[in-house]
Design a protein around this ligand. Structure first.
Ligand code: FMN
Length: 341
């Protein structure tokens, strides 16, 4: 029988956080605490994704979710990429790195879908677009609950028409990348509460809420507004089980970082993170164009992380980052659910 989000003991989803923060231990800990942990496939090879999913499965008998990036045609132009490469050169030099080389990359979409169909996690969620009705239907036939991330009512309409079982409504408060289907414009600013109300009053399917849900009061408000569950990412970044790198961890608790910014400077797609030296210098210059911009900046970001410098890399964080704390992911799930504290 297909899993239902209403079956969860605790209505908390541990957001998929590709690029390091998510680990098998984190996803399993969220599921073992009665919520739903996610394994992100983003940036991994299909084989590595399968390995990470199997490792997570070995740590919990509870339901787990996976998350895939839906490929979109890039909006990058060669001229813009060439210019950005030149502009990045001084920063790259500072860390002894070279900007990366852009190349077409669909994040192993087809091969990862095969992994999902074969390993049948209870839930598969998608971001950056909506899979075709055929893809969603095939997974549903395998007993997998399908979830599509939406950032506007228009995207919700598309996802529902394609046959998504459930939606993750992501507000502008969210840390990390916005799931916006169309990569050539700034994502909408409609606050999560309004977006949730608009989607819930138009569509009759379960929706989860994501974006800025950093404490029990925020989670409660989302549930009261009609969400069946709250998906939190930033709240888990400092958890014991997260793979958040040391520079990112330190920045999240450093008073010198005073605000978050929505920028395409790191990846060519809009995402929210702490404002730092990188965004101060490059936010105005960066072109849109995922994955090419992500590939250009990749070696620079990796070198900055290796050097422990928070000003040369992305520090994803949602608007509720100030209130987050460390500790076990299980305790964070309980705190978000209002069971403690
Ligand atoms: C570090 C980080 C990485 C993320 N990676 C993904 C991802 O791989 N896939 C995805 O669907 N969402 C990703 N997100 C977005 C989350 O799913 C979710 O929308 C967001 O964390 C909710 O906002 P919050 O961070 O304020 O809780 C990421 C968020 C963060 C903070």
């Amino acid at each position: 029988m297909t899993f239902s989000l209403r079956d969860l003991a605790v209505p908390i989803l541990g957001a998929p956080m590709a690029g390091g923060p998510s680990t098998p231990a984190l996803a399993a800990a969220v599921s073992n605490a009665g919520g739903l942990g996610f394994v992100p496939a983003g940036y991994l090879s299909a084989q590595k994704f399968a390995d990470v999913l199997a490792a997570t499965r070995s740590l919990t008998t509870a339901a787990i979710g996976v998350n895939l990036f839906v490929p979109q045609p890039s909006v990058a132009t060669q001229a813009a990429l060439d210019r950005y490469r030149e502009q990045l050169a001084p920063l790259a030099q500072r860390y002894g790195a070279e900007p990366g080389t852009p190349r077409p990359d669909d994040d192993g979409w087809q091969a990862k879908l095969e992994v999902v169909a074969e390993l049948t996690p209870e839930v598969a969620s998608f971001t950056f677009g909506c899979p075709s009705p055929e893809v969603l239907g095939r997974l549903r036939e395998r007993g997998i609950l399908t979830a599509v991330t939406v950032t506007s009512l228009a995207e919700a309409d598309i996802a529902v028409a394609a046959g998504a079982d459930t939606l993750v409504v992501q507000g502008p408060e969210a840390g990390g990348h916005r799931g916006t289907f169309v990569p050539d414009r700034r994502p909408g600013e409609q606050p999560l509460a309004e977006l949730l109300a608009a989607v819930a009053s138009t569509h009759d399917l379960p929706v989860s809420a994501a974006g800025g849900l950093g404490d029990a009061a925020a989670v409660r408000a989302a549930l009261d507004a009609g969400a069946v569950a709250a998906q939190a990412g930033t709240a888990f970044l400092l958890s014991d089980e997260a793979g958040t790198n040391a520079a990112h961890r330190r920045a999240l608790v450093d008073d010198r970082f005073t605000k978050t910014i929505v920028t395409c400077a790191f990846s060519g797609r809009y995402a929210r993170g702490l404002a730092n030296g990188f965004t101060d210098s490059y936010d105005d210059m960066a072109p849109l164009g995922y994955p090419e911009v992500n590939q250009l900046t990749g070696p620079i970001r990796a070198a900055a992380v290796a050097a422990g410098d928070p000003h040369g890399t992305n520090l994803w964080a949602g608007t509720a980052w100030r209130g987050i704390a460390g500790g076990s992911a299980g305790d964070i799930v309980a705190a978000l659910a209002g069971e403690v504290g």
